[in-house]
Ligand binder design. Sequence first.
Ligand code: PHE
Length: 524
Amino acid sequence: QLILDTLHQHGTIKDTRTLTLPGYNEPAATHDGQIILLGALNSLSSRDMVTYTTHETMSHVLTSEGSSIAMNGSHEARVWSALPSKEQRPPLTPKELERKIGSEVAKIGQGRAFKNKWIVKEGDGLVRLTESIDDTTQKDMREVDSTGTLKAGEKALAELRKRKLIVPKKGQWFTVHKGSNFSTSTAKPETDLTVDMLTSGAWKTASFKKYNFDAEGMPTNGGGFHPLLKVREEVRNIFLEMGFAEMPTSSFVESGFWCFDSLFVPQQHPAREVQDTFYLSDPSTSLPPPADYYARVSKVHEHGGFGSSGYRAPWSDAESRKLLLRTHTTASSAAMLYKLAARCRGEDDLEADALAAHSGTTRKGKESGDGDGFRPAKLFSIDRVFRNETMDATHLAEFHQVEGVVADRDLTLADLIGFMRVFFKKMGLENIRFKPAYNPYTEPSLEIFAFHPQLRKWVEVGNSGMFRPEMLEPMGFPKDVHVHGWGIGLERPTMIRYGISNIRTLVGHKVPIENVEKSPAVRF
Ligand code: PHE
């Protein structure tokens, strides 16, 4: 307002150091005063109310010693003030003087007070020589403090700089002119055209803030991909380049039938207990599975068949119909394999047809169209599974499984091993080993180990095997159709690649967002 009023009165402001800020007694000639004015000038010029030019100056400010002299007087003046006059007596000994004004002030002050002929020695003590003194140092300090300079000129300033009482400081002052939007009112211009302004007509007279097309804008920090998503995409691309088709895996909730029974997992298997599997309470029961297939599955469990003697344990319909959170994506693979076998059962399934058409086979041999309806397929999925685990640094109750299944005639274990070597090599794991293992639904089964270069040991990365006839034949596959499959976790390879040692910093509410933003989108 001061700037606008002064411009209104005088047309221009030649030198802003002549302005006296409200609440101050003297013109704002100092550095701080000009900084305050600069803030106002910037704000006014952004609205084109004023224009200004900047002039640079060199001024001086007090050091902390200089400020203390401006306030309490110079050391020599303090020495003189502390001493008695000749008449008063008795003289003060140097010790007494130090006690009175501090040893540092007393020591430095005495020298100058002698030089100025302000004090004299008398016996062991000191007394005043003059009746009054002129503390020019204090006066100089006060002058520099309020004007930034000395009338006495550069020589005097240099002397004070040498005594470390003042230091030079760059300063600025400004010349101000009226701008194209000059007005004496500082009412803020409107930034938005509102519905109210349109209905009331206020927009006609309102003054609007101009667009600043030079503004840098808000930093955009979107577009960070979570490491798990990036590794998932890489794995997906490996499958796609190997000719696999992706299975639908959206059903997190499955029945005991699809998660276990169809896979020939016995109903008494410990994995099915509540300590390991999350069961649903509402609804708790699934719709009935296809009746014929269900009958074949329950029979192979309870009484055997297809060359197997079965488990010979009582079959429970209730156990089969329980709803649960799938514990592995093999539940989805089983459902998809059942669909793939549709044509072998004399039915049709367009979804399985499409997946088979997209994935084909890598093997030469008998082609489809042999009359039994079988079409080879290579299928994969990457999705979430749930287990009732105790959580720790490497285990969560939900995680992602990567799973591949290949269905073709006369596949052997060598095909599975060869396939996995190619697959894991594409994932960057050249050093892999296999160990015989047990799965209820595969025989033989192999655990896959990879050498971990940081941990310098072999770590388990996956599980695999040839699906059992007890699982495939009830689905309707001909005997010469073999299916091999393997499953790996997505979290562990991601942790190895991104050097993450605690899974809770990879998944869940404790994930630091910066980690997601900083994870490179591309790795070489
Ligand atoms: N379902 C197995 C697991 O959860 C992985 C697997 C898939 C094993 C397919 C064999 C065949 O570990």
